[in-house]
Design a binder for this molecule. Structure first.
Ligand SMILES: CC(C)(COP(=O)(O)OP(=O)(O)OC[C@H]1O[C@@H](n2cnc3c(N)ncnc32)[C@H](O)[C@@H]1OP(=O)(O)O)[C@@H](O)C(=O)NCCC(=O)NCCS
Length: 173
């Protein structure tokens, strides 16, 4: 059911790398070729997506007061509205660490909590897989978001293209 924030119920599930590419491209690097968001290491990663379940709340928030049209359930979007990818590796001390990458929420659904739910899910997955730390290259614009998940920035700010980033990490659990 929809909530009063306009957020419908959703499920989170594992997806293929190919299912992440459209959203990665559209949200993170729209001015780069699609190949820029298709990582060589995607096949070694774990990918998760958020899928909406209610058709009605797909109306933009400013139209949700209108009477809902009858919706053909076969017309429900099959694309995820938020995606994240996770890669495991060992650090210099042979401790397992999880890196998450290419985290993106469909602009229409940003700020409604789906990204938080997805990141929480990914961190729990990392813990259950035995990771002792989690890290990412975080866009500086998302620093406050990640700090709420206990990640701390380390080192100097750096650029990818013209986008500023910090490395952020936290120990687990
Ligand atoms: C970063 C990103 C993935 C987070 O996904 P999201 O779905 O927007 O995440 P949430 O909705 O859970 O949280 C985003 C913000 O909305 C707020 N929020 C969450 N639920 C809310 C609600 N019901 N009402 C109002 N605000 C809410 C959160 O507190 C958070 O605030 P902040 O921006 O001050 O940190 C998404 O915003 C995005 O794709 N941004 C552009 C690309 C990007 O920067 N990706 C990260 C690269 S490192």
């Amino acid at each position: 059911m929809a909530t009063n924030t306009g957020l419908p119920s959703f499920t989170i599930r594992a997806i293929t790398p190919a299912e992440t590419h459209n959203l990665r491209h559209r949200v993170l690097w729209p001015h780069k070729p699609m190949s820029y968001v298709q990582l060589d290491e995607d096949d070694q990663g774990h990918h998760f997506g958020v899928f909406l379940e209610d058709a009605a709340p797909l109306l933009p928030p400013n139209l949700q007061h209108l009477e809902q049209p009858q919706v053909d359930s076969s017309a429900m979007p099959t694309e995820p509205v938020s995606v994240i990818s996770m890669f495991f590796a060992e650090d210099a001390n042979q401790k397992k660490e999880a890196r998450f990458r290419k985290f993106a929420t469909e602009p229409q659904w940003q700020g409604r909590g789906v990204g938080s739910a997805l990141l929480r899910y990914a961190i729990v997955f990392a813990v259950t897989e035995g990771a002792e730390a989690v890290w990412c290259d975080a866009r500086t614009s998302a620093l406050g978001f990640y700090q709420r998940f206990g990640l701390d920035a380390e080192g100097e700010e750096f650029l990818k293209g013209d986008v500023p980033y910090f490395k952020m990490s936290r120990t687990l659990p």
